[in-house]
Design a protein around this ligand. Structure first.
Ligand code: PLP
Length: 402
């Protein structure tokens, strides 16, 4: 247990489990622990609760409950959809994705490449945005799947999923989007989007870790990834993680209610944090375009200092932030997302992601703004840095740089 106050600015890594979710789960763990597949009424009671959660999650994304497949996490959903696309279309051995996907897509695609599958990683520009013409051109007659994330976990950049779905439809190629970072921040309507598959992960929306979801559009070809029992209408074997699924359902309802707060109050907190840092701390720059972006995410490069040092110093102050995706923290390589945006390693290594959430307050932002300038100044003083040629470095920074 942490016995000091935590200033949590890492909501893209995971989120606090909402008290309502904890409550919903406790009664399942304590009293409703029957196996949902059992024929007697004690088991059937658990099955009914899962059905209720399925309806709640379906409502969040505008789907039919029968199109919701519960999995163990976002990673499993992403892996499952890639494997299924290849298994159900044996003649097709090509996948189109982007250079900035989460490792749950990128690493699995690299694994598939070793098995002879061809993968096109569509690049992004310096703002982190996609060239849709290039994406369109990348689709081939043997393309089994296009998989493009909706919102980037490191920069918050939002891709135009509806337009990409239309491109895929024009080629008659199935389309998957990893929407893990989206719930509670943007409205999700799978029908309006026109996607065939969509991934969510419960722990990004104030539910527990270890439960996720794959939306599988009705009539879309799908081959289960985890093969075993008949659970999830035969689409995912394994006894259901009942309590967590119930928590996920509860959190899905809360996420609908959080949309407004995320897009007004949380957005304003993020904007104040970001603009004050850029204005008051010299040699800082936001990575990625200002819009279209998630309302909660800010990724900032602090030149002449390494993110690891910043994060350690912030940790001493009880502040949690991240140097990119949690999965790459600790590795010495700069993030693949920032590298794909053409950010040089020296700058990428100084990038810190602040991702806010519904539990952040004005006072917490004040606390970060009070301490961060000292932290950066101290680290810059401690580490000798190359002297920039007079006027050269600052001239390169865009107008919003501090
Ligand atoms: N996709 C994105 C965009 C993510 O941000 C994450 C988690 O960071 C995942 C997938 C993986 O989700 P999980 O942690 O549930 O495996």
């Amino acid at each position: 247990m942490i016995d000091r106050q935590v200033y949590y600015f890492d909501n893209n890594a995971t989120t606090r489990v909402a008290p309502e979710v904890v409550e919903a789960m406790i009664s399942s763990l304590r009293d409703g622990w029957g196996n949902p597949s059992s024929a007697y009424s004690f088991g059937a009671q658990a099955a009914r609760q899962i059905d209720h959660a399925r309806a709640q999650v379906a409502t969040l994304i505008g789907a039919d409950p029968k199109e919701v497949v519960f999995t163990s996490c976002g990673t499993e959903s992403n892996n499952a959809v890639l494997q299924s696309a290849l298994a159900t279309q044996p003649g097709k051995r090509h996948i189109v994705t982007t250079a900035v996907e989460h490792s749950a897509i990128i690493k699995h695609c690299e694994f598939l490449q070793k098995q002879g599958v061809e993968v096109t990683f569509v690049p992004v520009d310096a703002d982190g945005l996609l060239d849709l013409h290039l994406l369109d051109q990348s689709i081939r007659p043997d393309t089994a799947l296009v998989s493009v994330m909706w919102a980037n976990n490191e920069t918050g950049m939002v891709f135009p999923i509806e337009e990409i779905a239309a491109i895929c439809q024009s080629h008659n190629v199935p389309f998957h989007t990893d929407a893990t970072q989206v719930p509670g921040k943007m409205k999700i309507d799978v029908r309006a989007l026109g996607v065939d598959f969509l991934t969510l992960s419960a722990h990004k929306l104030h539910a527990p870790k270890g439960v996720g979801m794959l939306y599988v559009r009705r009539h879309a070809k799908f081959q289960p990834y985890i093969i075993g029992g008949h659970q999830e209408r035969g689409k995912r074997g394994g006894t259901e993680n009942t309590a967590s699924i119930i928590g996920f359902g509860c959190a899905a309802e809360l996420a609908q209610a959080h949309l407004e707060d995320e897009n007004t109050r949380v957005r304003a907190l993020r904007d104040r944090l970001e603009s004050t840092i850029l204005r008051t701390i010299p040699n800082t720059i936001r990575t990625g375009a200002k819009e279209p972006r998630l309302p909660n995410t800010s990724n900032i490069a602090f030149d002449f200092v390494e993110a690891e040092g910043i994060l350690m110093a912030l940790d001493q102050l009880g502040i949690c932030a991240s140097s990119g995706s949690a999965c790459t923290t600790g590795s010495l390589n700069p993030s693949h997302v920032l590298t794909a945006m053409g950010i040089k390693p020296a700058r990428a290594k100084g990038c810190v992601r602040f991702s806010l959430g519904i539990y952040n307050t004005e006072q917490e932002v004040d606390y970060v703004l009070k301490h961060l300038p000292e932290v950066i100044a101290h680290l810059r003083q401690a580490v000798p840095r190359p002297t920039p040629k007079p006027g050269k470095h600052t001239a390169k920074l865009p107008a919003h740089a501090g």
